[in-house]
Design a protein around this ligand. Structure first.
Ligand code: SF4
Length: 312
C-alpha cells in the first residue's frame, strides 16, 4: 500500500476524526444510529433491537480469503465478524452471531489492537462485517489504532439498512463501502426482516455511499483501494426482486458499479417459517440473475466462479 493513503489519515491529522468520534458516541445516549431508531441509552446499558450496549461484541477477527476478489490480496481481507445485527433477517447464514449473540464483548482498545494485528499479517484492508450498530466503537478504536500506525483502508460491509446521518459521520473515514441490496419489495422485507422500510433506506444509503466514494477503483494488481462494491444475494422464488435492483443500480448509481452476485443462499435460521425460503438456488436462478444484471447494463461483475448450492 505504498502509494495509497486511506482517507481517515487526513481526518485524523486535521482533528476531524476526533470530532466524528465525539458525534458518534453522543448518539449512543438515545440511539438512532440506524433506521430502527430505538432511542434507548446504550451508555447506561439499555439494549435496543441490536442488543448491543456501550461496547461492541465480536465473534471473530481473522485474515479471510472468502471475500470478493479485489479485497483479499494474497493474505486475505482483515475481517471483523461482529456479533448482533440491526436488520436480523430470519434466514441469516450467521444466525448464531446475529440473532443468538455468539461472541464476546470487546473494548475499543482491544479492537484497535486487533486492527494492528491484521495489518501486521499483511491484510490489504480492515473489513467490518455488520458494523452499523457499532459505528461509534469502530471510530473510537480507529482513533487509537491510527496513532499506533494503522494505514490500510477500511471496508464497511453492511446490509444496507443504514441511516443517512450515520453515513455522513463516516464520510471521509471509509474508503470502501460494501452494502448488500437484498429486497426490492417492502412487504417481503417486512416478512423476512421486520423492516418494511428496508428498500427505501437501502436505496438512499447506497446513493449516499456512492456519493462519498464513487465507483470501485482497483490498482494495477486488481486490489481495491476505494469505491463502492455492491453485493446481491440471489433469493429463492424471486424474493429479492433482482431485475428492479439491477435496473436501479445501473440507472441511479452507475453502470460501472462493481457487483458481486452471490448464489450461496441456504435456508438457515428460521427460514422454515416462510415456505418460499425452503427452496434452494438453482443453476438457472444464477444464470438468470447474471443475465438480469447484464441486461440492466451492469458490466463489472465479481469474477469468482459462482458455487451454486443445489441442496442441503
Ligand atoms: S443501532 Fe441498535 S439500538 Fe441503535 S437504533 Fe439501531 S437497532 Fe436500535
Amino acid at each position: 500500500m505504498a502509494s495509497f493513503e486511506p482517507v481517515y489519515i487526513k481526518a485524523f491529522q486535521s482533528g476531524l476524526l476526533h470530532e466524528k468520534v465525539k458525534s458518534a458516541n453522543k448518539i449512543l445516549n438515545s440511539c438512532v444510529l440506524c433506521p430502527r431508531e430505538c432511542r434507548i441509552n446504550r451508555i447506561e446499558g439499555q439494549l435496543g433491537i441490536c442488543k448491543t450496549g456501550k461496547n461492541a461484541w465480536l465473534n471473530a477477527y481473522k485474515a479471510h480469503l472468502g471475500e470478493e476478489t479485489p479485497l483479499i490480496g494474497k493474505n486475505g481481507s482483515g475481517t471483523f465478524f461482529f456479533t448482533h445485527c440491526n436488520l436480523l433477517c430470519i434466514f441469516c447464514q450467521n444466525y448464531e452471531l446475529s440473532h443468538e449473540g455468539r461472541g464476546k464483548e470487546i473494548s475499543n482498545s482491544e479492537m484497535a489492537e486487533m486492527m494492528l494485528i491484521l495489518q501486521e499479517a499483511e491484510c490489504p484492508n480492515i473489513h467490518f462485517i455488520s458494523p452499523t450498530h457499532v459505528v461509534p466503537q469502530i471510530l473510537s478504536a480507529l482513533e487509537i489504532a491510527v496513532q499506533k500506525g494503522l494505514s490500510i483502508p477500511l471496508v464497511y460491509n453492511s446490509s444496507g439498512y443504514e441511516s443517512i446521518e450515520t453515513l455522513k459521520i463516516l464520510d471521509g473515514i471509509i474508503d470502501i463501502y460494501m452494502p448488500d441490496f437484498k429486497f426490492w419489495d417492502p412487504d417481503i422485507s417486512e416478512k423476512l426482516c421486520s423492516a418494511y422500510d428496508y428498500p427505501e433506506k437501502a436505496r438512499a444509503a447506497i446513493i449516499e455511499m456512492h456519493r462519498q466514494v464513487g465507483d470501485l477503483v482497483l490498482d494495477e494488481s486488481g486490489k481495491a483501494h476505494r469505491g463502492l462494491l455492491l453485493r446481491h444475494l440471489i433469493m429463492p422464488s424471486g424474493l429479492a426482486g433482482t431485475q428492479n435492483i439491477m435496473h436501479f443500480v445501473a440507472q441511479e448509481i452507475s453502470p460501472n458499479t462493481y457487483v458481486n452476485i452471490m448464489p450461496q443462499f441456504k435456508p438457515h435460521g428460521r427460514s422454515y417459517e416462510v415456505k418460499e425460503l425452503m427452496n434452494c438456488i438453482t443453476e438457472d436462478d444464477y444464470a438468470d440473475t447474471l443475465k438480469a444484471a447484464r441486461e440492466a447494463g451492469i458490466h463489472r461483475i465479481d469474477p469468482r466462479p459462482g458455487k451454486v448450492f443445489m441442496g442441503f
